[in-house]
Ligand binder design. Structure first.
Ligand SMILES: O=C(O)CCC(=O)N[C@@H](CCC(=O)O)C(=O)O
Ligand SMILES: [Zn+2]
Length: 342
């Protein structure tokens, strides 16, 4: 069975896909950790190559990352991409992808919290979050050597609902430990134009690998949501190059010279009531700047959110989130444009 067939079947069928070993990767141990989750581990490795976790389809309507993932599978199947470093390949929300929806019961990318996610919550995404957390735990304990957790890179690929002043950007989950410069440089070389650092825990998938395992986890926004077949993958070619290089274990040879604009989240506005609305047009681009005095949102009896003394940049505004969920992030730029500096 090819990896492409396996993942296509996983998305398309309601039956459990059964992985049967393939001939295309003779020097690689290919193990199914959970449905739609494959660990590829080279049987003989030189040195200690850095492991990578690559996930797509956590939101079912974000198709460009799924197409990029498909390119990797095709290259692996064709023998055009050698596995030189441990890799965990994850296809997130099967049912939401098949339905072309962000999620089925609840937003999967808010559930990655060990302390609160219960085994007996039978909503589809809750069960899937448990499977994905266990798969990452297994990869980190069985495959990643002791003390190497900090070198593992988790790239959780998404696309944004709206346009963006920086069409491709990385969200860095909150952590006490700063991301090494070399990682920012890899992201910049992959064509990411901005990095947005979270100011508090957010319980997303990439936060999970960072918070519980000390890995380098990022949510990547790779353009705008579009149906399958309508994505322009050309601007994502450098991203594909990075993914290929990480799998091959050759990313050290990638040239780094692009700048990356850095922002930090200063606040988030939650939707509290049914009467929540944004004060600005629905289709403004991510990172649009609002000067002091601007109204950002109105929420039932809580009144209006007004920008105070310094301008803010608005990211992920969405009035239609579930009650209690994040409706927008407010960010400010860091002083320097260059990777790793603040
Ligand atoms: O465009 C939007 O409003 C949402 C795009 C998206 O799915 N973004 C991620 C970001 C996760 C993070 O904050 O790290 C999400 O909302 O889950
Ligand atoms: Zn998403």
């Amino acid at each position: 069975m090819s990896l492409s067939d396996y993942f296509a079947e996983f998305i398309a069928t309601n039956e459990m896909t059964v992985w049967s070993d393939c001939d295309a990767l003779p020097e690689v141990s290919v193990v199914e950790y959970a449905p739609g989750v494959m660990a590829l581990v080279p049987r003989a490795v030189e040195g200690s190559p850095e492991a990578t976790i690559i996930s797509a389809g956590i939101h079912g309507d974000e198709t460009a990352p799924i197409e990029l993932f498909g390119e990797l599978l095709a290259a692996l199947d064709a023998g055009q991409l050698r596995v030189g470093a441990p890799t965990l390949l994850i296809m997130g929300n099967r049912r939401a992808i098949a339905a072309g929806r962000r999620y089925i019961d609840t937003n999967l990318n808010r559930l990655f919290r060990r302390e609160t996610l219960l085994q007996d919550d039978h909503r589809f995404e809750c069960q899937r979050a448990l499977e994905l957390m266990h798969a990452v735990d297994r990869f980190m304990s069985d495959v990643v050597k002791n003390n190497d957790a900090g070198s593992v890179l988790h790239l959780d690929m998404h696309t944004a609902i709206r346009d963006s002043r920086y069409p491709r950007f990385a969200v860095e989950p909150f952590s006490e430990t700063p991301t090494p410069d070399a990682i920012w440089q890899q992201l910049a070389s992959a064509g990411l134009q901005a990095g947005l650092s979270q100011h508090q825990h957010s319980w997303t998938f990439s936060h999970y690998t960072r918070h519980y395992h000390g890995a380098q986890g990022f949510t990547l926004e790779l353009g705008r949501v579009a149906p399958f077949g309508s994505n322009d993958l050309e601007p994502l070619a450098p991203m594909l190059d990075l993914l290929r290089a990480r799998i091959a274990g050759t990313h050290d040879s990638i040239a780094h010279q692009r700048p990356l604009m850095r922002f930090v989240v200063t606040d988030e506005i939650m939707r509290k009531s049914d009467d929540f609305e944004l004060c600005f047009a629905d289709d403004i681009a991510n990172f649009t700047e609002f000067p002091p005095g601007s109204c950002l949102a109105r929420d039932g009896n809580d009144g209006e959110w007004i920008v105070r003394e310094a301008p803010v940049h608005v990211v992920f505004p969405n009035a239609n989130v579930e009650r209690g969920a994040r409706a927008l992030l407010l960010a400010r730029p860091l002083a320097s444009e260059y990777p790793g500096t603040q």
